[in-house]
Design a protein around this ligand. Structure first.
Ligand SMILES: O=C(O)C1=C[C@@H](OP(=O)(O)O)[C@@H](O)[C@H](O)C1
Ligand SMILES: C=C(OP(=O)(O)O)C(=O)O
Length: 421
């Protein structure tokens, strides 16, 4: 099969295991790519290699070309939040910024209030606190802004990314317990890497106004969140099965928080070897005594929650995942979606505002039909279970939000997927 169809479901026809190692080339991190595109719009002398091929990056790229008119970011949270800040500070821009039905349910008031407090002109076109927005770009001069940091780090990254454009730079004070912190650190790291003066001490971020930077070429490291599905696949495979996977364009000391996979999956029997010369990682299965229950706080790595809970279910161990308070406002209510779909497979799952508890499962039901709720990570997180049972994953095309080539890459493992259009 060459490409994923516009819409359809995948189910397994059979699994051949081979002993070869498989090489996978995932494209650049969508988080890094979307930050760099906003920075490149300000500093055209940045050149970017290994840009993400995700839909979320495509919509942001397209949005940045619009000076007046409508921009539709579909399901892309970072595009929505980053462009809100970008257009608000871009003089003469007049933009209607909208998104999918779900995007119109994802809150944005915290960012809009922060931007308004420094003089931005933004109006809600439907429901207060939610997209679509009408934005009139202004030359903003105030320098101090306070923002609640326990709902989404994207609001803070959005302010940071446009701070160099402001006449006097920006001081951001974070209020509350900051969530998804590595994403803020990623933003800071990219700003300093291109030559913008930026600091982050305790709850204060300071960024200097910057007119010019020196020419710079940056290579985006590949996407660690996308790599998680292969970690799960290896974890669920037998010790003697294929599964030595080489993932290209990964480095030690990543600025992506989801690089924590290395450590997290070690406890699930997956070893990571970094090849510093080739800039790749090799992941393979090792004999490990699994703990009865994996307990993790995922407030720094929310995008791994689905992968990890499905891995634990497939391995027949319990898990208690906390720090999940942001999951309800992502592409779907991910806590509800996980509970509903895992239970179709025979799991016992409890969720509350902040956590998910999975009981140890002794068997996995066959022929379940998994719904994906327009959430790429639901489809990809459940896919490694193809190694354990027959199942169908509906609306398989959702993966393109972050990883358009996912199903093609998955088939390299001898998983014979049948597409039901
Ligand atoms: O800044 C980013 O690139 C992201 C931040 C996180 O969102 P929250 O800060 O809303 O948790 C993460 O879930 C999302 O996939 C990407
Ligand atoms: C939450 C995600 O993306 P966003 O918030 O940017 O839509 C994600 O990719 O898992």
């Amino acid at each position: 099969m060459k490409a994923v169809l516009e819409s359809g479901s995948f189910h397994t026809r059979g699994i051949q295991t081979s002993n070869n190692s498989v090489e996978i080339n995932i494209s650049g991190s969508k988080s890094e790519s979307n930050r760099l595109l906003i920075l490149q719009a300000q500093f055209p002398n940045i050149s970017i290699e290994n840009l993400s091929d995700s839909d979320d990056t495509e919509v942001l790229k397209k949005g940045l070309q619009v000076a007046n008119g409508e921009v539709d970011v579909h399901h892309a949270g970072t595009a929505m939040r980053f462009l809100t800040a970008y257009f608000a500070v871009k003089e003469a821009a007049e933009i209607t910024l909208t998104g999918s039905k779900r995007m119109q349910e994802r809150p944005i008031a915290i960012l809009v209030d922060a931007l308004r407090s420094i003089g931005a002109e933004i109006e809600y076109l439907k429901n207060d606190g939610f997209p679509p927005l009408k934005i009139k770009g202004r030359n903003l001069q105030k320098t101090n802004v306070s923002i609640q940091s326990n709902v989404s780090s994207q609001y803070i990254s959005a302010l940071m990314l446009v701070a160099p454009m402001l006449q006097n730079g920006l001081n951001v004070t974070l209020e509350g317990k900051t969530t998804s912190l590595p994403y803020i650190e990623m933003t800071l790291s990219l700003l300093t890497r291109i030559g913008v003066k930026a600091q982050f001490n305790k709850n204060e971020i300071t960024i200097s106004s910057t007119k010019n930077i020196q020419d710079i070429s940056l290579v985006v490291e590949s996407d660690w969140s996308s790599a998680s599905y292969f970690y799960s696949l290896v974890a669920l495979s037998g010790v003697n099965a294929t599964n030595k996977i080489v993932l290209k364009s990964y480095i030690q000391g990543s600025i992506q928080g989801d690089a924590a996979l290395d450590e997290i999956y070690r406890a699930l029997g997956v070893k990571t070897v970094f090849n510093d010369v080739e800039k790749s990682i090799t992941i393979s299965k090792i004999e490990t005594r699994l703990q009865d229950c994996l307990s993790l706080d995922l407030s720094n790595t929310p995008d791994l929650a689905q992968t990890i809970s499905v891995s634990c279910f497939g391995l027949g161990i319990a898990c208690k995942l906390t720090g999940l308070h942001t999951l309800k406002i992502k592409e779907t209510d991910r806590l509800f979606a996980l509970k509903t779909e895992l239970e179709k497979l025979g799991a016992t799952v409890e969720v509350d505002e902040n956590s998910l508890t999975l009981k140890r499962a002794t068997s996995i039901k066959t022929n379940a039909v998994i719904e994906t709720y327009q959430d790429h990570r639901m489809a990809m997180a459940f896919a490694p279970l193809f190694l354990k049972t027959n199942l169908t994953i509906n609306n398989a095309e959702v993966v393109s939000k972050s990883y358009p080539n996912f199903w093609n890459d998955l088939q390299k493992f001898g998983i014979d997927l049948a597409l039901i259009p």
